[in-house]
Ligand binder design. Sequence first.
Ligand code: ZN
Length: 248
Amino acid sequence: MPAKTPMQETLRAPMQDTLRALWGIQEIDKDLFRVQEELKRLPVERAAREGELTVLRERIQSGKSESAEEQLRIRELENQAMTHRLRIRKLDDESTSSRDMSVIEACKYEMRELKKEIERGERICMDILEHGEVRSKTIGELEEKLTVEEGHFVELSAGIDEEITAAEAKQTELETQRDDRLGSNLNVEALSLYRRLLTARSGQAMALSDGQVCRACYMALPPNMNVQLARGTAIIQCPSCDRILFKN
Ligand SMILES: [Zn+2]
């Protein structure tokens, strides 16, 4: 006769023993679920804070780029004004030395237009400088805020590292505890359902029942379920929350 495979042994395991064993690890798995959720949450929290810092840095950077562009614009306008003044001086000489009224008028007309142009440029520069002052102040404030926030982030991040280390240690400890308690002679179908429900039901796959209600969702159970539960030969799930019912 061929030797029995472990699978055959497992399938033959009495359901009540499997359910009792699973019930024995349910509390540990509940804690384990919480720890695992924590391990998912912590990096997300860190990334969110890091994202806030990135937004702040980008605001500072774009403010500085705008300032730089405006400095360029001011320089352009100043150069333009300088060129205009040189031209005005030349036109002034020309009109002084000329006797031709039409030339003199043309020079004066051009000089007036150039002066207007210079004044317009000066007004633009004034506007830019006023806005620039407000912006510089804002940038300064943002930079101060960034320095403070970066400091906070370093602390937060170190705290998160500690929390992750602690949670990982707790996770290992709980897994060891659970494996020690679980044993190996289990019904595979029940075990795989239990594992699926752990995920689907936030760490609580099983529910205690007195045969009347499910103690997890407090739904009344149909009378025939009490009989099936008492027999303890099959997996009975709550019709409302799907959890595996266990009668002590
Ligand atoms: Zn239920």
